[in-house]
Design a protein around this ligand. Sequence first.
Ligand code: SF4
Length: 211
Amino acid sequence: MNPIDERNARLAKNVVEHLKARHFDAYYCQTGEEAKKLVLALVPEGSSVSWGGSVTLRQLGLTDAFHAGKYDVIDRDLGKTPEETFDLHRKALLADFFLTSTNALTQDGILVNIDGRCNRIAAMCFGPKEVIVLCSMQKVTATLEDAIARARNYAAPVNAVRLNTKTPCAINGSCANCKSPDSICSQILITRLCKPAGRMKIILIGEALGY
Ligand code: SF4
C-alpha cells in the first residue's frame, strides 16, 4: 500500500469511530469500486431511490446502476421542464434511499454541506427513510472551520465552474461571498448527529473522487 492509501486507511479508522459515536452508520472502502458494491448491497431491490447532484455518484457509475436495476428511480435529471424537475426534487424527499456526497467532513465526524436550491441538504435533514453519503478521504478536514472553508472556498467554486453559473467564483475560481440569484450557496448545513440512529450511512472512500 502506498503512503497515501495507508494514511487514508489509518485516518479513516478514527473517523469511522467518531461517526459511530454520533450515531451514523459508518464504513471505510479503500476503492470506489468497493464503495459501489457496498451501496448496492445496502439498497434492497424494489426500493425507491433518488440522489443529489453528486459528481462522486456519477464517477462510480451508481446512477447508471440504479437505472439498470430493479429500483423505483426518482431522477431529477429526467425532468423536461423546470416544473417537472421541481416536482422530481419534491418526490425525492419521500424516497426510501437518498444518495449524496458531502462537501466536507471533519475528522471528528461532522458533515458540512452548502447548497443553492437546497433539495440535497433538505433530504439530508429529513424526508428519505435512509441517506447514504459517499465521502472521499480528500474531503476530510482537521476542524469544523476547515470544513466550512473547504465547502465555501473550494467545493462551491469548482461546482460553479462545472455548472457554469453566473457567479464571480465561476470566473475567478474563488468565493466572492456573492448574492447572485445564480448562487449555489444559499444555505450551509452542519450535521453533527444522526437522528434517528443509523438513518445516515457514511461511506468513506480512500480513492480521490468528486470535488
Ligand atoms: S461567489 Fe457566490 S456562488 Fe460562488 S462560492 Fe461564493 S457565494 Fe457561492
